[in-house]
Design a protein. Structure first.
Length: 302
């Protein structure tokens, strides 16, 4: 890690598809370091201090445990590592500092995945499952501390359900959404709305729905953002865990972000920046992106 990393106001973290996480100065795009020791790093999240948590998915053939690993802004040594009980694909930090990890499945055997919650990002986790959301994608907290996660009831199906763990709730329950989501991508917080994303929108574009919660906990779409990439095949944009950049670190951001970032899995060596909530084609790309990216975040220095 370059010494300039800690001095950078904003750092971009990008999960490569194999063993490295790449760290860039967000504003200049310069590569300032790499983090090693991962086995298929995936989704990321950031806490109020700017510490970055990286989900280490692991690999079934190796028998390696999956985990979630914490790094300080510009740091090169892990602060904490929690072993998860399944294939950890994403995470989110609540406004009060709780850390949640979504395990796509458990025990490396296509068993029902789980949500694990570490109170104050410490101790032993509580665990939650739902038969409605068995195979889970990266989750997101809203401003009130409600957690939402997209999931599949069956593998190899495009139909996506959404489940909620309410603030201080005891169960992961399915909620109704006014808009059908096809091929889950993960949830996000944009500073104002809880965002749900999916693929295969009118020709494999990625779509993000901004939602509000009703009195019964159901979600209503109040707007959408459609992302394309004309430099990729069929102008598709295949994203995993889109991240919306705010003025403050995600858990405490209360102003809608204006930039969305993600690696475009429809093309190799492509990482894009889209205007949000406008969407359309990217307005910028990362010059020295890794081959594929399954997770990204921006840490803002405290």
């Amino acid at each position: 890690m370059s010494p300039v990393a800690r001095k950078a106001k904003r750092l971009l973290y990008v999960s490569g598809c194999y063993a490295l996480v790449y760290v860039y100065d967000y504003d200049s795009g310069a590569l300032v370091g790499t983090l090693a020791g991962f086995n298929f790093p995936q989704g990321q999240c950031v806490d109020a201090r700017g510490d970055v948590w990286i989900a280490n998915f692991g690999e079934r053939s190796s028998g390696q445990h999956s985990s979630i690993v914490e790094y300080s802004h510009g740091g090169s040594t892990p602060l904490k590592t929690f072993v998860t009980n399944g294939s950890s694909g994403g995470c989110s930090v609540s406004p009060n500092g709780d850390l949640t990890v979504s395990n796509f499945d458990r025990d490396f055997g296509y068993e029902t995945g789980s949500i694990q919650v570490w109170k104050d990002a410490s101790g032993s986790p509580a665990e939650y499952t739902s038969t409605s959301c068995r195979f889970l994608y990266p989750p997101a907290y809203d401003a009130e501390g409600n957690l939402y996660v997209e999931g599949l009831e069956k593998l190899m199906t495009p139909t996506t359900s959404v489940c909620e763990l309410a603030a201080n709730g005891k169960n992961l329950r399915k909620v109704q959404v006014s808009q059908t989501i096809t091929y889950a991508n993960g949830a996000a917080w944009d500073g104002k709305y809880l965002v749900l994303s999916g693929q295969d929108y009118n020709g494999y574009a990625t779509v993000l729905y901004r939602t509000t919660e009703g009195a019964k906990g159901d979600l209503t779409a109040v707007g959408k953002t459609i992302l394309r990439d004309s430099k990729c095949e069929s102008s598709s944009a295949g994203l995993y865990q889109p991240f919306i950049v705010g003025r403050r670190n995600t858990p405490e951001n209360r102003e809608q972000g204006h930039v969305l970032i993600a690696g475009d899995l429809a093309c190799s060596y492509r990482f894009d920046f889209w205007k949000y909530p406008g969407g359309g084609d990217p307005f910028k790309e990362l010059a020295n992106a890794p081959e594929l990216s399954y997770g990204q975040s921006v840490s803002i220095a405290p």
